[in-house]
Design a binder for this molecule. Structure first.
Ligand SMILES: [Zn+2]
Length: 470
């Protein structure tokens, strides 16, 4: 028995010695290995995006379809194209989520001309009908014009308004650093101008384009009506022609403006959100959404707004695939329809998310143009969560991200009420409103490196969310 005991003791000693020479890692060593891996993968995302430019190339093809207003034939072509793109790239599943959307058509006639003026008679203004506007009678309308800069001024001069066209001429506040704040300082005139005007008997509105650029390109966008007031037509005028109209009115306050529009609202049309995902290897029921909107206004190509966001979202998934990185959690691309004039797609997905058994861990949205990455807005009250995302700055900065802070996320993903975390991708905004909602929003305005850095920034964020959860 002693002999066996001695043998057993020897074996135990050998095993113990072996254990001593097999490397074992402390927690801090494991952490630094993980950091090395995170860094390596982040660098790969950035270099692959910048070198291969696959999202940028895909955007070129999407833009070739042309503008994609909800309800239009083009929007259905784009939906089909995006679905096939995801299938071609090998997403695990791709599907269409049906939703009814508004169907407004601009028509072929949108004319504004100065009349009954000695100096400016017959001058045509460069206009676009506002989205959702009613048309004019076939022969058009003609009326005197009253120029105001605000709803307050309109209210003060309400006795002068009856039977006239209101010219809302307040420009964007160019003194603000953030152009989204600048946009917010003027866009009320476009959205609510026809409602405010109708209160006092106006017959139409013409609104200075909400733009940061001094040129004569009109910028469209949505306008609203209420059922309790008459609906009056609304147009937007290029910045230079807005100045011209203003000067003409000073010279000749009795001039008339003739408006002729043949736009119309048709019955709601069937449309779809395009959804595709790659399933997580460890937590497939935890979903990270990357969202953008596939519809655009019906002028330009909707390149920055928001074709770019859609192609960045698709390329994030493609980056995982081409670098052979298996996400632990499911990454789902949602291309929402109808952000521009109703958000029906976002609402539909929000309802679906609410009823789903799956956990919507996080949703990220890119809908501020494809300019150089600046930061991520994190829409949460939890300081802990913001700090967690902020702790990933060593990786995010590899794609040019400078900050992570509390802030609004995005119009579409904000409808996913049960998402644990909503994040908005924030690129540089100085040039966005030069082209937003205008014929200038075309593929040529997209810079490939700026676009691809945005893709890489989101890929890094999605990767870290997928690895670590929240
Ligand atoms: Zn947009």
């Amino acid at each position: 028995m002693d002999k066996y005991s001695n043998e057993s003791i020897s074996i135990v000693i050998i095993i113990l010695s072996l254990l001593l020479i097999v490397p074992s890692y402390s927690q801090s060593e494991i952490d630094s290995l993980k950091q090395l891996e995170y860094k390596e993968i982040s660098v790969q995302f950035v270099s692959s995006a910048l070198k291969e430019r696959k999202g940028y190339e895909a955007l070129k093809n999407l833009c070739r379809i042309g503008p994609r207003l909800s309800g239009s034939r083009n929007s259905l072509i784009a939906i089909n194209w995006a679905k096939n793109k995801m299938i071609e790239l090998g997403f695990d599943s791709v599907w269409l989520q049906p939703v009814m959307v508004p169907h407004w058509e601009r028509g072929t006639i949108q004319k504004a001309m100065i009349m009954n003026s000695k100096k400016f008679n017959g001058t045509e203004l460069n206009i676009l009908t506002l989205g959702g506007s009613i048309g004019t009678p076939t022969e058009g309308i003609a009326a005197n014009v009253i120029e105001v800069k605000s709803f307050d001024e309109l209210e003060k001069r309400k006795d002068e308004v009856n039977g006239k066209i209101i010219f809302f001429s307040r420009a964007i506040d160019q003194t603000l650093l953030n152009t989204f704040s600048g946009y917010g300082s003027a866009v009320d005139q476009r959205i609510y101008g026809a409602i405010e005007g109708a209160k006092y008997g106006a017959v139409g509105v013409i609104v200075r384009s909400v733009t940061t650029k001094y040129d004569n390109v009109p910028h469209t966008g949505v306008m609203l009506y209420v059922d309790s007031l008459p609906k009056i037509p609304g147009v937007t005028v290029g910045y230079e022609d807005a100045d011209l109209l203003s000067a003409a009115l000073k010279e000749d306050p009795n001039l008339q403006l003739a408006l002729q529009l043949n736009c119309e609202t048709l019955p709601d049309a069937k449309s779809y959100n395009v959804i595709g995902e790659i399933r997580g290897s460890e937590y497939p029921d935890e979903i990270i959404v990357i969202g953008a909107h596939l519809d655009s206004w019906d002028v330009g190509d909707g390149a920055h707004d928001d074709g770019a966001g859609c192609m960045q979202a698709i390329e994030v998934v493609d980056l995982f695939k081409r670098l052979n990185i298996k996400p632990k959690r499911t990454i789902r691309v949602v291309l929402f329809i109808n952000e521009e004039n109703g958000s029906r797609g976002a609402k539909e997905y929000g309802v679906y998310a609410q009823s789903s058994e799956q956990i919507h861990l996080a949703a990220i949205e890119s809908d501020r143009g494809a300019f150089s990455p600046v930061g991520f807005n994190v829409d949460t009250d939890s300081t802990k969560l913001i700090e967690k995302i902020e702790s990933w700055m060593p990786y995010l900065k590899l794609a040019g991200i400078s900050w992570v802070r509390k802030g609004g996320s995005g119009a579409d993903i904000s409808k996913i009420k049960n998402a644990k975390l909503l994040i908005g991708y924030i690129p540089d905004d100085q040039r966005y409103f030069d082209i937003h909602h205008s014929p200038s929003d075309v593929f040529e305005e997209i810079h490939p490196r700026e676009f691809e850095l945005g893709t890489a920034a989101m890929a890094i964020l999605v990767y870290l969310l997928s690895e670590e959860g929240i």
